[in-house]
Every structure is written in C-alpha cells, then in structure tokens.
Design a protein around this ligand. Sequence first.
Ligand SMILES: C[S@@+](CC[C@H](N)C(=O)[O-])C[C@H]1O[C@@H](n2cnc3c(N)ncnc32)[C@H](O)[C@@H]1O
Length: 263
Amino acid sequence: MTEDTYYKDHWVEIEPDRLDRYEQQFVWGARGNRLLEPADIQAGQDVADYGCGPGYLSVELARWVGEGGHVHAFDINADFVERTQARVAAEGFADRVGVTHLQGDMLPLEDNSLDRLVIKNVMVYVDDPLASLHEFRRVVKPGGKVHAIDSDFYMAAFDPIAPLDWRSVLDAGIHAFRTPAIGRKLYGLALAAGFTDVEVEVIAAPDTSGRMFIFLQNMAGYAREGGRHDEEVVQRVLDVAAKAVEDGTFFALNPQFLVTATV
Ligand SMILES: C[S@@+](CC[C@H](N)C(=O)[O-])C[C@H]1O[C@@H](n2cnc3c(N)ncnc32)[C@H](O)[C@@H]1O
C-alpha cells in the first residue's frame, strides 16, 4: 500500500479484525431508516447500493423495494461482496439482490437504468467525487435520485476525549480518506455535476452506546499505519474512550450529511 492511494487500498485489503469490527459498526438500526427516508424509495424500484460493505443496507433496500424491485450492490472489497451475498441469501432476498465486485469507478450498468442510487459513507473514499457523481447521473433515469450519506470528519466530536487529542489522531490518520470534509462539499459537488434539484439535510444523532468507539479503533490503526503519530496520544484516546464506554459516559457526535440529488 502506498500513502497516495491508501484511502482506497485499505478497502481492497482489510485486516481480519477490522473486517469483523465492520460487522458490528454497520448493523442497521432505527436510526438508519432516518438516513434513508429522503431517498423516497418505493416498491418496484431498481436501486443501487454503491459501496455495500457487509450488506446490511442492501438487505434493507431489498425490503423497501419489495418483490417487484431489484437492488444492485457494488463493492471493491471481495470479502464484503461474499458477506453481502451470504447476508441477502440468509434474509431470503437472493432473487432480488445482485452483488458485483467492482474493479474501477465505472458502473456496469446501462444509461438511465436506475430509479435510485444510494451511497452511504463511501463518497469520502472515491478517487474523484465529481467524476463519480457524473457517473451516477449517467445510470439514473431522468426524475430519479442519487442519495449520498456521508460524514465530515472535521466536525466529529467525542467526550471525554480531549479535542486536541482527537484532532491529533485524525491528522495522523487522514491519509485513510480521500476527501475527509466530504459532508460539507456534497451540495456544491452535486450542483457542479448538473443535478436539477439538490436537497440537503444533516442528522446529528449522539452515540452514547459506544458504537463510535469502533471508529476510533480504526482511526488509531490508520494513524499507526502512517507512522507520523504520537503513540502516547493515540493510546490515551483509546484508553479514555474504552474507560468511558465501560462506565457509561462515552459521548460521540458524527453528523451525517444527507444529499438527495434529482436527475
Ligand atoms: C465505511 S464502509 C460503508 C459500507 C456501507 N455503505 C454501509 O454504510 O454500511 C465503505 C465501503 O465503501 C467501499 N469502497 C471504498 N472505496 C470504494 C470505491 N472507490 N468504489 C466502491 N466502493 C468503495 C469499501 O470497500 C466499504 O465497503
């Protein structure tokens, strides 16, 4: 892996313990439905799940589109492709979800073939967000929607972790993201890509359960991998977070930007 393309390479090859952490981190909950609602997904639609990860969202989309609909799930990681296939099969949706191992940034789909394309926590990693939005616009029908959900890591906040400690870990691990401030940029990018109507909503739901501790563990890994970190600070962030999760005082806020762009 090179520093220049680490933001992508660390998804093509994922260490086993991080792969397992994602099984917990991306579990679908009631909060997930709020993130999906602006996409206005209807029964019978053709929907893509770009960067499907372990497949929880693909299963949910299969539920929303119903028997007459279809979900096209894509990911660049081979393990996630297998896990998504297994998960949709276990839920009884194998006939309405196709899972494809993506090799590049172009989608193996015809022009104007989708009603909706959902991309959740993936725009932050793509090589060229504007080019991806152009590609999504190509495959979505006129009147259809691209619904992007993403973070803006400079806006994430944790307590009782000292703000400068978190910032130090973020800076040391920043090479794990292509566009770490993607959340605030999505609106302008969608306009630049020529979408006719672009709606933005921000959902900031505090996490007091410790789910975001998984994200902090991944950030510590990225920082250590880069080798420009202060080990004392990285360990302090992990220790403070772990103790707070244990004693029930952990608090994290990672606002999610929901950008729904109509073709
Ligand atoms: C943070 S996970 C989100 C997974 C899923 N969308 C969810 O929210 O549960 C990011 C996912 O995007 C995939 N990914 C990263 N870069 C990608 C790219 N350029 N094209 C397609 N998928 C990509 C990763 O393999 C990973 O599955």
